[in-house]
Structure formats: structure tokens, C-alpha cells
Design a protein around this ligand. Structure first.
Ligand code: 4AD
Ligand code: MG
Length: 463
């Protein structure tokens, strides 16, 4: 018999029909009448399926009564209407196959609540909890929404390389990729001789797929990447990972304002999609993780974002009657506390800040005519702060070259990037959305380590 996923069984009208399900046991209660209630979850939905197992089954005493939380079983039976509260249907089992038991003395996920922090130490088991199952489904829905959004708008999905020799952000936060023996690397004049390394030169894990996306946008008009990126920044915060997924659209013949429109539309689309696809999971987060989450997502799914310049942001922060840990002045980068103050207190809505000082932004951003700022944009959301960083790109060859030199970057590594400005250059713009932060925001989960299956952070790369 074919197996049906529990999410389909729960909404099925095939009352009286045979059904087969399989999954992991969440609870088993034995009734005095000599039968048991088993709640089964297979990850397909937040709710599990209630199964009644009659004592007459031949393996009832030998096997079913050994089944505890975490055991893996398959059940065949009949779908019936449920007299119980909180469920439409249940299954009356005619056959129970036990695949794997989970010794209650050892299996860590018993009824009692375990802190998110402790669950990180058993990241291989945490998807079986309500919270992490729900996070996984929301994360999946947001990924689906991403592809749907861009595909519906004729964007081409391109795969940026993960190993690279150029620093896309110019911030020097890259992990080195090498096959040289760390204990005895070949040397030339005292320095490590990377000419003898696998690629014949120093290589790293990419911090962003943007530069590759730009080459494809310069031929295919509108593209996006969606892949893992890596940063060796030692930030032990609740919104930083060393390995995180980023979506990077890049559009030819577009300016900063087009870019901001796209980011806004994309973020709203994701809210709408996930509200539609994951109502049960979001209701759970609203109740147990962050009160008011649903109201906020519903409001954001249709609301406009506020657009301000960096100069206006600084002004608003200087007037704030609160003291910040990091001082505020024109030229200073906005810290998380500032971003949150702007979006949570000053404007109480998502904010897009544009035109940052050139000295605090990456080399590729287009210089504004004022000579001081660049056509940068950050999208800020309450709770998480910066979710998107992007810009109009510098399409003028000589201005870009000057910027690369000014920032002290190795010019020779960017020859191909400069080439794009020599042959058929166009105004173009793009941004990167931190996928983890989006999942964080959508679920209300406090720590980004709890919205990715296996978080990589300083001193932690288990599993
Ligand atoms: O602002 P960032 O550094 O921008 C770029 O990488 C550009 N190349 C994007 C582009 O224009 N194509 O990073 C983009 C976003 C941030 O706004 C943030 O949401 C997320 O990526 N991000 C991180 N998320 C988790 N952990 C980290 N360490 C992150 N660093 C950035
Ligand atoms: Mg940024």
C-alpha cells in the first residue's frame, strides 16, 4: 500500500478508506480498555496524526507497548472521523510496523522543554521538535517563494562559484581554500608559495556571488543567485553566521530606485507567500516564540517601506533621546542598535536607507555627484536590523578603477570585473538579502543559529 504524508491525511475526506502513514512517535498513551493512542508526526505538517492501536494486534504487547517518543513506525489502518477535540480525523490501526525504538533513558527529546541553546548541541535531532520542524518548513517556503518571485519576473537563476580568488566585498573576511600542508607549506623568499597550491594562486570561499551575477546581468539582463556565502568575521552575535545563504538579484539598465522597488516587492511577496503556505507554523511562533508576530507579518505583507537618506538617518539618531553604545556622527557606520532604533522607534516600519558615505561602503558602489556618498541601500527591519545590502554599481570604468585603488585592493584580481565596464557597460544595480535573517524575522526566532540546520559560527562547526 502506498504511504500518504500526514499533512494530506489530516485534510482527507476518504473516511472509511484504508490508509498508510509512517513517522516518529510524539506520544503514546495507553487506555484502560486495552488499546493505545499514538500521535505520529512525519514532518509534513505541524500537527501530528492520532492513531488508535487496538490491543488485539498480534504485536501489541511484544512491540507496540515498547514504542515511545522518537520511535519510528509505519501504520496501516482505516481513516475515521475523530470524536476527539482538535482533530478532524484519526486512524484505527490494523497493522503497526516498528522500525526503530528510541530508548527513553537515552533519547534526549522527551516531553519537557529543552532550551534552544541546549538543542544546538543535538542539532541532528532538533528537527524532530515542534519548533525546528516549523522553522524548517518556513525556511523551505521562503526559498520556494524566492524562486517563484524571480522566475515569475523573468529573472535567470545563475550559480556563482563558491571558490574564488577575488574578495567581492573587499573587506578581507575570507576563509582560505588550500591543499597545502599547513605544517610545512612550500615557501618562496620566506612567504608561503601559493603558486604551488591547488589553483596555482591564493583562493578563498566567496563572501558574495555579486560579481559573478554582474557578469551575467551584463548579458542576460536580470539574474539572481541563491547560494551559500562565507565570512570569516569574528562576530558572535545573534544575527551573524560564518556560513549563510544569500539571494542576490542583479538587474541591467536599473538604478538605485528600481533596486529599492525590487527589494520591497520581493520582501512583501515572501511575507504573503509564507502567510498563505504556513499558517499553522506561524500560529505556533505567534503563540510560543514571539507574541504579535502574525499581526506584524500581516501588516508588513502590504505596507510600504520608508525611504530615507543616510544623512537623514544620522539626523534622526542624533535627535534620539536614548544613549547608544556606538556614537553617532556623519561618517560612522550604522550599528545594529541604530538600525533597530530607526525601524522600531523612529519610523515604526521597514526602512530603506540610501546614499551612505563612500568610505564605509564597498568599492563597487556607484559614486554620487556629491563626491562623498555612494548609491548604496540597506533595508532595515524591526528586530533584525539590516536584512538587505545593495547598491547601484559603478559602471564607469575609470571611476571604478580609482575606487579599487583608493581602497587598496589588488587591481589585477578585478581585471575581468573592470572589463565589464570596457565592453558595453550599463547602469545596473542589485542587492543581497540575508536568507537567515529573513527566516529569523518571519519566525520571530531570536538567534540566527536556530534558523539554519547546522550553524557555523566561531569555534563551532559540529555535525
Ligand atoms: O550587506 P552585504 O555584505 O552585501 C553584500 O554581500 C553584497 N555583495 C550584496 C549585493 O549587493 N549583491 O550582505 C548582504 C546581506 C546583509 O544585509 C545581511 O542580511 C546578510 O547578507 N549578511 C549576513 N547574514 C548572516 N550572517 C552574516 N555574517 C551576514 N553578513 C551579511
Ligand atoms: Mg551590508
Amino acid at each position: 500500500m502506498r504511504r500518504t504524508l500526514i499533512k494530506h491525511v489530516l485534510v482527507s475526506d476518504a473516511i472509511g478508506e484504508p490508509v498508510k502513514v509512517a513517522g516518529w512517535v510524539r506520544t503514546r498513551r495507553d487506555s484502560k480498555g486495552g488499546f493505545s493512542f499514538v500521535e505520529l508526526n512525519d514532518g509534513s505538517s505541524f500537527s501530528g496524526l492520532q492513531v488508535i492501536v487496538p490491543g488485539e494486534l498480534e504485536n501489541y504487547e511484544s512491540e507496540v507497548l515498547n514504542v515511545t517518543i522518537g520511535s519510528a513506525v509505519a501504520i496501516e489502518g482505516q481513516l475515521v472521523e475523530s470524536p476527539g477535540k482538535g482533530q478532524r480525523v484519526e486512524v484505527h490501526a490494523t497493522k503497526v510496523t516498528v522500525f526503530g525504538l528510541a530508548d527513553p533513558d537515552d533519547y534526549p527529546l522527551q516531553k519537557k522543554r529543552i532550551s534552544f541553546e541546549k538543542l544546538r548541541d543535538i542539532a541532528h535531532l532538533r528537527p524532530r521538535t515542534n519548533t525546528f520542524g516549523a522553522v524548517a518548513r518556513v525556511r523551505n517556503a521562503l526559498a520556494y517563494a524566492t524562486h517563484k518571485f524571480y522566475q515569475e519576473r523573468d529573472f535567470l537563476y545563475v550559480h556563482a562559484p563558491m571558490i574564488t580568488s577575488s574578495d567581492a566585498e573587499g573587506a578581507g573576511e575570507m576563509f582560505r581554500v588550500t591543499t597545502l600542508d599547513p605544517a610545512a607549506p612550500p615557501r618562496l623568499d620566506g612567504a608561503v608559495d601559493y603558486a604551488q597550491d591547488f589553483f596555482g594562486k591564493p583562493t578563498f570561499l566567496t563572501v558574495s556571488g555579486q560579481l559573478s551575477a554582474e557578469t551575467y546581468a551584463s548579458a542576460m539582463d536580470r539574474v539572481y543567485t541563491f547560494g551559500p556565502t562565507f565570512r570569516a568575521e569574528n562576530s558572535n552575535t545573534r544575527r551573524h553566521l560564518a556560513e549563510f545563504w544569500m539571494i542576490e538579484p542583479e538587474v541591467a539598465f536599473a538604478d538605485l530606485s528600481d533596486n529599492a522597488d525590487l527589494a520591497e516587492e520581493y520582501i512583501r511577496y515572501m511575507f504573503q507567500f509564507v502567510l498563505e503556505q504556513c499558517p499553522e507554523d506561524l500560529a505556533f511562533f505567534d503563540k510560543w516564540v514571539q507574541e504579535g508576530l502574525l499581526d506584524r507579518l500581516n501588516a508588513l505583507a502590504t505596507s510600504e517601506f520608508r525611504r530615507i537618506t543616510y544623512g537623514e538617518a544620522i539626523q534622526a539618531l542624533e535627535q534620539a533621546d536614548t544613549s547608544f553604545e556606538f556614537p553617532v556622527h556623519w561618517g560612522a557606520d550604522l550599528q545594529s542598535e541604530h538600525e533597530r532604533y530607526l525601524t522600531e522607534v523612529v519610523f515604526a516600519q521597514p526602512v530603506i536607507v540610501v546614499d551612505y558615505p563612500k568610505d564605509i561602503k564597498a568599492f563597487y558602489m556607484r559614486r554620487n555627484d556629491d563626491g562623498k556618498t555612494v548609491a548604496a541601500m540597506d533595508v532595515l527591519l524591526p528586530g533584525v536590523g539590516e536584512i538587505v545590502g545593495g547598491s547601484q554599481r559603478e559602471e564607469r570604468h575609470d571611476v571604478l578603477l580609482e575606487s579599487i585603488r583608493e581602497k587598496g585592493l589588488p587591481e589585477e584580481e578585478y581585471w575581468w570585473y573592470l572589463d565589464l565596464r570596457r565592453f558595453g557597460t550599463v547602469p545596473h544595480a542589485g542587492f543581497g538579502l540575508g536568507f537567515g535573517r529573513m527566516v529569523q524575522f518571519t519566525t520571530g526566532m531570536q538567534n540566527i543559529r536556530d534558523v539554519i540546520p547546522f550553524p557555523r559560527t566561531p569555534n563551532s562547526a559540529d555535525f
